[in-house]
Design a protein around this ligand. Sequence first.
Ligand SMILES: [Zn+2]
Length: 318
Amino acid sequence: MTDQHAALPPIELLPKDISAYRQGNRGVDYVHTFDSGQPGPHVIVNALTHGNEFCGMVAVTHLLEQGIRPLRGKLTLVFANVDAYHRFDPAEPFESRFVDRDFNRVWDIDTLEGPDETVDVKRARALRHIYAEADALLDIHSTSYAVPPMLIHERMAKIEPLTRHLRAPLYHVMLQGVKHPGRPLIQYGAFGDPQAMPVGLVVECGQHFARTSGDIAIGVTMRFLDFYGMVPPSLAAQHPPEPGMPRRYEIMEILVAKTERFRFAAPFIGFEELAAGTLIAMDGDEEIRAPEAGCTLIMPARRIIKGKDVVSLARRLD
Ligand SMILES: [Zn+2]
C-alpha cells in the first residue's frame, strides 16, 4: 500500500459513542427497525459502510436522537461496519475504512457464502437478510479528498424518480455495465437487478472529516425519507436541496491497480477533466492515459492496494 498524498486534512468530525444503540430490536447489534403499522415501503438508512466515514453516523444518530418514526411502512437504521468504526485513530484517520476487507466490495454470493472469515465479511453475513428486506436503501458515504458531494447509482429507470426528488447533491455519477472488483452493497441482490423494484443509492457527502458532510447527510436523508412518505414534508422542507441543475456523469471504466507500483501522475483529488491522452498514472511500467477528451476522474483512492480499484473514469453527460 502507498499513500498518495501525505498531508492529513483537518478533523472536524469525530466518532461519537454509539454504544447506546448497540442493542437494537432485530437480533443483530446496531440495527433498529421502526414499524409504523401502516402499509408502505421498507426503507433503510445505512451508516458506516466504511468505518471512518462519519457523516452517515451523524445522520442515523440524528434520526435516533430526534425520535423520528416512519409515518408509513418500516424504517430501518443500520450502523454497518462498527468494528472498523471503533478502530478510528485520529493519528491515522484513513486506516479504519475497514478492518481486513472492504465491506463495500463483498456483496457477491461467492464472497458472502464462501470461506472468508474476516470480521468485515462476517458482519456482511449478519446484515444481508436485513438489506434483502429493503425496498429502498440509502448508503451514506464520504470521500477521502474534499470534492463536491455526489450521488452514485446504477443507471436504471427505477432509480430516476428518487434522484430527481433528491436533486442535490448536484453531481450524479452513474454506473452502467462497469464492475468493481467485489460487489458494492448497492448492487447486492435485487438492488442490482433492473427488473426488480428495490432501489440502492450511495450518497457521498464530502470529505470524511468535514463538519459539512454531516449536515449534508442529514439533509439528503430527510429528502430520501420524504420521497417515500416516511416523514412530514415540513421536516424535509427544512433541508432544501442546494440551487442549481444536476450534472450527470457516466462511469466508463474502473481502474484496478495491477501492481504495487501504481502511482498517479499528479495529486488528483477527483472531478479533474482531462484532455485526451493525459497521463493519469503509471502502473509499474504501464502508462495509463485519458481515453478521450473530458475524461473525468472520480474518487481517486488515497491508499493504493494491488488488485483493488483505484479511480473511476467518467464521461460527463449534461
Ligand atoms: Zn465510503
